[in-house]
Design a protein around this ligand. Structure first.
Ligand SMILES: CC(C)(COP(=O)(O)OP(=O)(O)OC[C@H]1O[C@@H](n2cnc3c(N)ncnc32)[C@H](O)[C@@H]1OP(=O)(O)O)[C@@H](O)C(=O)NCCC(=O)NCCS
Length: 196
């Protein structure tokens, strides 16, 4: 796929876009991400909540089809905790049916309580990125990042960060290739930061 054929547009929370990114999310993230266990309805609500509160949202389009998305903003962890509270019974249901996540959630909670000091210095977070990648389609992730960085700079934001699961080697290599440097590690994740 020629890079120019990948168009980057603003991702809004209309039903069609929400459905396409929910589908992509399930396809592209492996099953160790709790949200991939959600049924479509709950995943649509999840993305809707995120998109309402995030400042920089993009979709990558090839021939009318969404092939990637990126969501970035400040305080998006709070959106997630509010979402879990508001949808407590449903989230609880998925947790009970996928018990391997219970340990992970408890560890996350303990880390927040006990290791309060371990916080990234970058307020702006690349919260989520996913891109289709195949022999004929490459460069979607890079284009999404480039668009985000252009817009961050236009808004005088010169530093942003993200976290990635330690075993997600593909994404880690991708971020390093995009110029991110490691900030710190937790049991589960590596925190990266980039100065623009
Ligand atoms: C991580 C992800 C967003 C990267 O997007 P992508 O479109 O595949 O990446 P690009 O094609 O733009 O690659 C840009 C560069 O990153 C590096 N890269 C990408 N995939 C790589 C891989 N599998 N191994 C090593 N390097 C890789 C390459 O250097 C590449 O440049 P090149 O093609 O010129 O060599 C995508 O693979 C993805 O959606 N993964 C699943 C979801 C996910 O894990 N998201 C991140 C969660 S934190």
């Amino acid at each position: 796929m020629i890079n120019n054929e990948i168009k980057i547009e603003i991702l809004s929370n209309d039903q069609d876009s929400l459905k396409q990114i929910a589908k992509l999310h399930k396809q592209l993230f492996d099953r160790d991400h709790f949200t991939t266990t959600f049924r479509e309805g709950l995943l649509l609500n999840y993305f809707n909540a995120l998109l309402k509160k995030s400042q920089f949202n993009y979709k990558a389009i090839v021939e009318e089809e969404i092939v990637g998305y990126l969501i970035a903003g400040k305080n998006l962890d709070k959106v997630l905790s509010d979402f879990s509270r508001q949808n407590f019974l449903k989230v609880f249901y998925y947790l009970v049916n996928n018990p391997k996540f219970i340990k992970e959630k408890i560890l996350e909670l303990l880390r927040k309580i006990l290791l309060n000091s371990q916080k990234s210095s970058a307020e702006m977070r690349l919260f989520i990125i996913a891109a289709k990648h195949s022999k004929d389609l490459k460069g979607v992730g890079k284009k999404l990042i480039q668009q985000l960085e252009r817009d961050l700079l236009q808004n005088n934001i010169t530093c942003y960060g993200l976290s990635v699961r330690k075993h997600n080697f593909k994404a880690i290599e991708f971020y390093q290739q995009q110029g991110f440097v490691e900030e710190f590690r937790t049991i589960k994740s590596i925190y990266f930061i980039k100065n623009l």
